[in-house]
Design a protein around this ligand. Structure first.
Ligand code: ATP
Ligand code: ZN
Length: 660
């Protein structure tokens, strides 16, 4: 008799042993159905053993092996093990998460029969490369084995072209390429471009918008080596790829690469591990690299490739900071912005106004008694959505109608305060009745279909003025767009999170970069009451490096990442006292373990303490040494599972948290 050691999708940091009749050598990596409690679970076999640490009479026999699926490869299992270790997450949960939902449930997709994908049309011609693109490609082409590249190219410099050429070279060698992109919103366009460039390649796309069966099919095609290119969002970093030759991470700074629940992994960082593990090059691209990545490039850990010029347009857009201190704004807009809009309308060009706040107004308030629309489940206001006449919480989704009178004092004089995209849209339409105003935010682009329709409208030139949130900020190439106006950005200048300036700078540089990408010259107007702020000045000079150097200097002084490594222990419970008490107990355990290299902060309530009726607190752990932090977390996290907690309390660890 033999024993199989199995990873199961349960929130416990351990593996489970079962009896098996006579497991053959290739059982490792296979999925298996096993009894668990009074039910059954699907697990992943990690080891075949002669003996268990459990007494033999306690071991139950497996139910059945999923023989339809070949064993998952050793490097895929090692990837899961790395994530479990690094992110302090139960291995069974990691390996389950890394599988597409259908396989997770032990089901296999119906296979399409023959699947040649012939003649999707003619191959799109590739333009001759610019000199800078050539230099970058040469460097990438010369590598053998692992090397991390940062492709730092200004907006519109043709980074995508470099990715495509690098992928082309890898395909020619008979290898697979993995390309990670930020979010579902951008993938259809890119899919189109990649498909047009490689009509004979088998392309698999992987993101949460792909239906379960197709996703499982894509996974199997990648796994069996039929897929040549896997293109997808963060979850595609877990695709098994036997012939992997290159990884590309587009917009590597993007926050969507970090998962914010369950397994809190950074797909970019996991991709680096994978490239190292498989000894292949990885290409991280951005116009505004994350400061972590930029730091690595400056210190020589990554190789820096730069594109300083736009591929098509003659120049970068002209960026101006509009001083709004002495001006009475009209619907939030300055004279300069209104004039610039008029000019674009007269010339038949497109404009984009960026306001990163959706809804009509952030709050509804009573002028008589001071009542404001508050979410009863969160420490947040309900946002006014006039388009469908609702009040809505952007944190928990709570919705109510808009009251006719103040719910507290009955006063009829209640007003929306502040400005969101809907209000700006209305104001613009009133001011420019002849213009076609199009709002693009998560409300108007609520489904992939609506989003595609909006993009098609913009590309067809059926919109004159776009009002949009960050959805419109990145990646898009609208040739007729020549003006970008930014309103309401100042608030983010003074946010408490030390990463806020980095995010704001990236966002504004990205959105500004949508302007003047083709032959028409572009202009960017940023309204501010702090026109001399170094962040805005660096934007006006298109000087990412100056901004990044200054930020890195500040972070070094303050001992923040990338000069320190952090992890957060977070707890949530019906009352913040319960959360704090758990963290205090966890800290007592931590004090016994943490040597001098690991610093423990005090437990504190989270900035937004209440969310979905739970009150949250956190404890920050920091170290200048990553190995020291990792060693500490490994022991500490085991102890955390043994702490007694109130039944309603939930906790998790977030390694390399992106939001503090
Ligand atoms: N060598 C080239 N010759 C002519 N056109 C090019 C060349 N390389 C890229 N382009 C074109 O330049 C435009 C901008 O390229 P692309 O979208 O790849 O820029 P990007 O660097 O990814 O910009 P962003 O960071 O703003 O998304 C595209 O329309 C692309 O087709
Ligand atoms: Zn809420």
């Amino acid at each position: 008799m033999s024993i199989v050691r199995v990873a199961l999708d349960v929130p416990l940091p351990r593996l489970f042993d079962y009896r098996a009749e006579d497991p053959a050598g290739d059982w490792v990596g296979r999925l298996v159905r096993v009894p668990f409690g009074s039910g059954e679970k699907l697990g992943l076999i990690l080891q075949v053993l002669d003996q268990s640490d459990q007494p033999p009479e306690k071991l139950r026999p497996i139910h059945s092996l999923l023989t339809e699926l070949p064993p998952l490869p050793a490097d895929w299992i090692a990837l899961c093990e790395f994530c479990a270790r690094y992110y302090q997450h139960p291995l069974g949960e990691v390996s389950s998460f890394a599988l597409p939902p259908l396989l997770r449930r032990g089901k296999l997709p119906k296979r399409r029969l023959a699947r040649p994908q012939p003649g999707r049309g003619d191959q799109e011609a590739s333009p001759p490369l610019t000199t800078e693109q050539q230099v970058a490609l040469m460097a990438i082409g010369q590598t053998r084995g692992f090397e991390a590249f940062l492709l730092h190219g200004v907006t519109g410099s043709g980074k995508t072209e470099v990715y495509l050429r690098a992928i082309e070279a890898v395909l020619a060698q008979g290898c697979q390429a993995l390309m990670l992109v930020p979010e579902i919103a951008l993938t259809p366009q890119l899919e189109g471009r990649v498909a047009a460039r490689f009509p004979d390649a088998h392309i698999v796309s992987a993101h949460s918008g792909v239906a379960d069966a197709a996703r499982a099919r894509g996974f199997l095609e990648a796994f069996e080596g039929q897929a040549d290119i896997v293109l997808g969002t963060r979850l595609s970093v877990f695709m098994p790829l036997p012939r992997l030759g290159l990884i590309v991470v587009d917009e590597e700074h993007d926050a969507s690469f970090k998962q914010q629940d369950g397994l809190r992994y950074s797909a970019r960082d996991v991709a680096i591990f994978r490239a190292k593990q498989r000894d292949v090059p990885i290409l991280l691209g951005s116009a505004t690299p994350s400061l972590e990545t930029f730091h690595h490039a400056r210190t020589g850990r990554y190789r820096l490739l730069t594109l300083t010029l736009r591929a098509v347009a003659a120049a970068m857009p002209d960026v101006r900071i509009v001083d709004t201190r002495r001006e009475k704004l009209q619907d939030g807009m300055s004279q300069a912005l209104i004039a610039a809009l008029e000019l674009r309308l007269a010339r038949g060009e497109q404009s984009l106004i960026f306001l990163n706040r959706r809804g009509y107004a952030p709050v509804l308030a009573c002028t008589a008694c001071g009542w404001i629309s508050h979410c009863r489940r969160c420490a947040a206001n309900l946002v006014v959505h006039l388009a469908d006449r609702r009040l809505r919480c952007h944190h928990c989704g709570l919705e109510t109608g808009i009251p006719q009178a103040c719910p507290d004092c009955g006063n009829l004089d209640i007003h929306p305060f502040g400005r969101g995209t809907q209000r700006l849209e209305v104001a613009l339409q009133e001011r420019f009745p002849e213009a076609r105003v199009l709002r693009v935010d998560r409300d108007s682009a609520s489904s992939p279909k609506k989003w595609q329709a909006l993009l098609a409208q913009i590309h067809a030139g059926e919109a004159d003025i776009l009002v949009g949130t960050q959805m419109l900020a990145k990646g898009h190439d609208f040739p007729k767009l020549t003006l970008v106006g930014v309103v309401g950005a100042d608030a983010a200048l003074f946010a408490a999170d030390f990463r806020a300036p980095e995010r704001l700078f990236a966002q504004l540089m990205q959105v500004g970069g949508r302007s003047g990408r083709a032959l028409l010259p572009g202009e960017v107007l940023i309204q501010s009451e702090y026109p001399d702020h170094p962040l805005y000045q660096a934007l006006a000079d298109h000087d990412y490096s100056r901004f990044a150097s200054q930020q890195l200097h500040e972070r070094e002084q303050a001992g923040f990442p990338p000069f320190a490594h952090q992890a957060l222990l977070r707890a949530e419970a019906p009352s913040v006292d319960q959360s704090l008490a758990f963290l205090a107990a966890a800290r007592v355990e931590a004090l016994k373990l943490a040597g001098e290299a690991v610093m423990l902060y005090d437990p504190v309530p989270m900035r937004m303490v209440r969310r979905m009726s739970l009150e949250r607190a956190q404890l920050l752990v920091e170290s200048a040494s990553r190995p020291a932090l990792q060693a500490f977390l490994a022991t500490w996290s085991q102890l955390l599972y043994e702490l007694k907690t109130p039944r309603e309390l939930r906790w998790h660890l977030d390694v390399d948290p992106q939001e503090l």
